[in-house]
Write a protein that binds this ligand. Structure first.
Ligand code: AMP
Length: 190
């Protein structure tokens, strides 16, 4: 049973790695960015609310995001574990996640942090923008998202560092190499 987070800057390949890790560990990967994008596409109330923040590269407000994650973590498929991708991103979200888990007598096992250099990330994200047509992958928005990541996520990782559950992995290089590094690092923490 594994309850874990994957944290990494935009463009660090965390979505790809999350899918692979979830397959190998047999736990469900939940990406808050994907849930938001699906809601935007389907024009749900949540999507309409979130779209302006997403398009500007800002965080969707904590109350909206926390409520969405709470609902998702109540579903049966995550009773035995999950891999959260893209959440928590603020210290208020860390607290909210602690509360959600504590209500079920659960706690986090591992926080996996993927690291990468900013210039490499901007290059990767610009390439992805051309391929996927994401509205939040223009250079200005990309730089803003990277800044937000540095500003806010630092405190999130620091909190989990205090608990001694962070595994750091270099996110640069081939996809398979990164997955191997991740699996090695998980085996040392678990
Ligand atoms: P991502 O695909 O994880 O890069 O997320 C894309 C966008 O969704 C972010 O730039 C935010 O606007 C929004 N988002 C995703 N996760 C969160 C979160 N935990 N808190 C607030 N906003 C989020």
């Amino acid at each position: 049973m594994t309850r874990m987070l994957i944290i990494g800057p935009p463009g660090s390949g965390k979505g790809t790695q999350a899918e692979r890790i979830s397959e190998r560990l047999g736990v469900v990967a939940i990406s808050t960015g994907d849930i938001f994008r699906r809601n935007v596409k389907e024009q749900t109330a949540l999507g309409v609310e979130a779209k302006k923040f997403i398009d500007a590269g800002d965080f969707v407000p904590d109350d909206v995001t926390n409520g969405m994650v709470r609902d998702r973590l109540l579903q049966d498929d995550v009773a035995d574990g999950f891999l959260l991708d893209g959440y928590p991103r603020t210290t208020a979200q860390v607290q909210a996640l602690d509360d959600i888990l504590a209500a079920n007598n659960q706690r986090l096992d591992i926080v996996l942090q993927l690291t990468a250099d900013d210039e490499e990330l901007v290059g990767r994200l610009k390439k992805r923008a051309e391929l996927d047509g994401r509205t939040d992958d223009t250079e200005a928005v990309i730089r803003h998202r990277l800044e937000l990541y540095r500003e806010q996520t630092h405190a999130v990782v620091a909190e989990y560092d205090k608990r001694g559950i962070v595994a750091r992995v270099d996110g640069l290089g081939g996809i398979d190499d990164v997955t191997d590094r991740v699996m090695d690092s998980l085996s040392t923490v678990r």
